[in-house]
Structures are given as structure tokens and as C-alpha cells.
Design a protein around this ligand. Sequence first.
Ligand SMILES: Cc1cc2nc3c(=O)[nH]c(=O)nc-3n(C[C@H](O)[C@H](O)[C@H](O)COP(=O)(O)OP(=O)(O)OC[C@H]3O[C@@H](n4cnc5c(N)ncnc54)[C@H](O)[C@@H]3O)c2cc1C
Ligand code: FES
Length: 252
Amino acid sequence: MIKKVYAKIVSIEKIAKETMKMVLENEHISQFAKPGQFVHIKVADHTLRRPISIAETNVETNTFTILFKTVGSGTRRLASYEAGEYLDLLGPNGTGFPLDRVEENDVILLIGGGIGVPPVYFLAKELTRLNVNVHAILGFQSKDYVFYEEEFKQWNDVTIVTDDGSYGKKGFVTDYVHDINGIDRYFACGPLPMLKAVKEELEGVEGYLSFEERMGCGIGACYACVIPTNTKDKYKKICQDGPVLHANEVKL
Ligand SMILES: Cc1cc2nc3c(=O)[nH]c(=O)nc-3n(C[C@H](O)[C@H](O)[C@H](O)COP(=O)(O)OP(=O)(O)OC[C@H]3O[C@@H](n4cnc5c(N)ncnc54)[C@H](O)[C@@H]3O)c2cc1C
Ligand code: FES
């Protein structure tokens, strides 16, 4: 259930170029958030809230983690907050990744691109509870932007890909999806061109895409986030019906 809450910033640190990790304390979000859901954050001096995925929760400490890239004034202002301050949040918002679709012994491919990596990390951790084979392919612009490689390695087989080849393998995540044999299901989050390419490359495999495009209200009221679909509804709202949608139902 979405609630408006105030979460205390426990820590904030830079973990890669233009990339921040913030740990927050709030019982409601930490207890109820599922992989793929996000919090809608009121940032000082900005009218519209900013959606940021939940990257991890800890039910024992009532904390949760967000990872964000400083791309504009809202996220730069967010990066300027300090431990001890409180953030006004709505959450947890949206649908999560459909874990009920995962079956025992599945070969699961996780794909994260840039700021799409955080929700995929939450999912990777959750999948460790199930008896499945998980492979992750994570794409970044270059070496300086790479984060969470070691964190993923705790749970999965991980391939890091950079656009310029300055770290890991060179190219795009789609160049390496066929290195994994017998994929039963895939889950991906990242920029729209990446999601489109993943969908095309993995045509015929059951897949779920999580969209991180621009949003307005974040609670289904303004239609700023609609995406065309093949379903009878014609459009879905990313903030409410998503951000995770079945790859076959969206027109990209
Ligand atoms: C469901 C959801 C989950 C998200 N999760 C995360 C997350 O975990 N970590 C994270 O870093 N970001 C995430 N984002 C993206 C994040 O919300 C935006 O980067 C942020 O709102 C930008 O605000 P700003 O004021 O800093 O930038 P603005 O000043 O609004 O924009 C600055 C520049 O960034 C571009 N931009 C703005 N929003 C986006 C976007 N959504 N995608 C690509 N480019 C954008 C603009 O076109 C512009 O060029 C998520 C978005 C959604 C919808
Ligand atoms: S952001 Fe307003 S309806 Fe989705």
C-alpha cells in the first residue's frame, strides 16, 4: 500500500561517477517494498516528486537503499542531503517484478543498464530464496560508472559490459545475452533503447521490462507516463500498471 512517509537518511555516499547510494530508515517502506517498486521523493525546491527504485530493504533495521545518478537539478539536490535529515516520500509505488512467474530450476537472465541496475539488484537478492539459476548482465557507459559488481557477485554469475570497453566486455548488453544457454525468463531495467533492443534480441522468451522514463504525479492521476500496449486498454500507466510490464504487451 502506498503511504506518504518521512524517512530518515542514515547514510549517503558516492559509489561511482555521478552515482550516489543513500540508506534510509522507514518501517513501512522496508517492510512492504518488493523488487521493482519505487519511492516517489519530494526534493526541496522542486514541485514534482522524483521516482527512484528501491535497491534493497532490511526488515531487521527498518532500512532501505536507493542508488541514483545525478542527471539534473532534482537528483543533484537529492545528493546534497545529509545523514540525519528526513525525506518526504510516497511508497512503495508501482508493481514489482512478478516473482510468481519464476519456477524451480529456471534459468533466469537479469539485465540492468546504468540506473536500471538498482531494481535488478533487489530482484537478484530476492531470487536467492528460490532454487533457480541466475545470470546477470550489467551495462554501463564506462569504467568510472560501474557499481555493485561485487554485490551482484555474492549471488550470481555476472557479466559487466561497458560501451567503450574500458571495463569488462565491450559493447551493449544485447551483445552477450546469447552467451547464456536455455534462458527460461528474463527481467530487464534500463533506458528505453536498451529495453527495446533486449526485447528484440530475446524474442520468444518470456520477459518483463521495467521502465524508468519520466513521470509526473507517480500515482496514476496525470497520464504523463503512458506507454502504448497491444492489450485492449491500448495504453498503460508506467507509474501504476508498471513500472514492470510484460515485454509482449508493450509497443516499443
Ligand atoms: C519508476 C522509475 C524508477 C527510477 N529509478 C531510478 C533509480 O533507481 N536511480 C536513478 O538514478 N534514477 C531512477 N529513475 C530516473 C529518475 O527518476 C530521474 O533520473 C530523475 O527524476 C531526474 O530528475 P532530475 O531533476 O535530476 O533531472 P531533470 O532536471 O528532470 O532532467 C535532467 C536530464 O535528465 C534527463 N532525464 C530526466 N528523467 C529521466 C529519466 N527517467 N530517464 C532518463 N533521462 C532522464 C532529462 O531529459 C534531462 O536531460 C527512475 C525513474 C522511474 C520512472
Ligand atoms: S505519472 Fe501521473 S499517471 Fe503516471
